[in-house]
Design a protein around this ligand. Structure first.
Ligand SMILES: [Zn+2]
Length: 68
């Protein structure tokens, strides 16, 4: 099997396995790959959500101004 983040081949029993609530399984050759993929990916997702929320608010504000 291969590391889900960097693609390095890893031996059975080596590295770590992350199981999603959906049942999807990701394998990581090192804790660093796990951190980058799971922890930072989540952070990026959260940042995108926040940015989208801000963008929506800005859009709403513009629409309100246009109505006036
Ligand atoms: Zn890796």
């Amino acid at each position: 099997m291969k590391c889900s983040y960097c693609g390095n081949e890893l031996r059975r029993g080596a590295g770590l396995m992350y199981i999603f609530r959906t049942g999807k399984i990701n394998y990581y050759c090192s804790n660093q790959c796990y951190q980058y993929d799971i922890v930072l990916h989540r952070a990026v997702k959260g940042a995108r959500k926040a940015a989208a929320a801000v963008a929506a608010q800005v859009k709403e504000g513009k629409e309100r101004k246009e109505k006036k």
